[in-house]
Design a protein. Structure first.
Length: 168
């Protein structure tokens, strides 16, 4: 998981990014989990320490981009059960997918993300997605890499140029 948690400028009280859901899935399946993000996430974790007494939880703060890329490449699946996003899909999802990480996430319903399993903030739906991805990991990985290419800045820019040309 990679996210800046909080809501409306607050960083300590609201789990907008779904850290508790990702951690619950990892704990249910006895899996390692890494949650990375900005240093202000520490206040959220400090306010919710009772939830995070899990020996397989790795917290990473203020990771430089080069190290963040290493984090993506050293993991197998990306979790992002966020409840509110800007951009559809958001850049964090596309970063993970461009690193070849099949994704379990929640995003707005008008966008289709091949290579990702749409799961609302529901541990049982996320677990279903985990099982499907594990059983079909190679195809999910291939699909997420293709999707990240289709939705890259270069591809989006080319689409915008074509739209611009069509209205001249």
């Amino acid at each position: 998981m990679v996210a800046a948690n909080g809501l409306g400028g607050t960083h300590g009280g609201f789990d907008r990014k779904g850290f508790t859901f990702g951690l619950a899935l990892a704990m249910k399946r006895n899996l390692d989990i890494t949650i990375a993000g900005p240093g202000f996430n520490k206040s959220w974790f400090n306010n919710n320490l009772w939830m995070f007494n899990y020996s397989k939880l790795n917290l990473v703060f203020d990771t430089p981009n080069s190290e963040l890329l290493d984090l993506y490449h050293n993991h197998d699946i990306f979790l992002h059960p966020s409840m509110l996003e800007a951009g559809h899909p958001n850049l964090t999802l596309l970063e993970a997918m461009s690193s070849g990480l099949p994704t379990i996430a929640n995003w707005e319903h008008n966008t289709d993300l091949h290579g990702a399993w749409r799961a609302p903030r529901d541990i049982f739906e996320m677990e279903k997605g985990l099982d499907v991805i594990i059983d079909n990991w190679d195809s999910y990985r291939s699909e997420c890499l293709n999707t990240s290419q289709e939705l890259s800045w270069l591809s989006r820019s080319k689409d915008l140029i074509e739209i611009y040309k069509s209205v001249q």
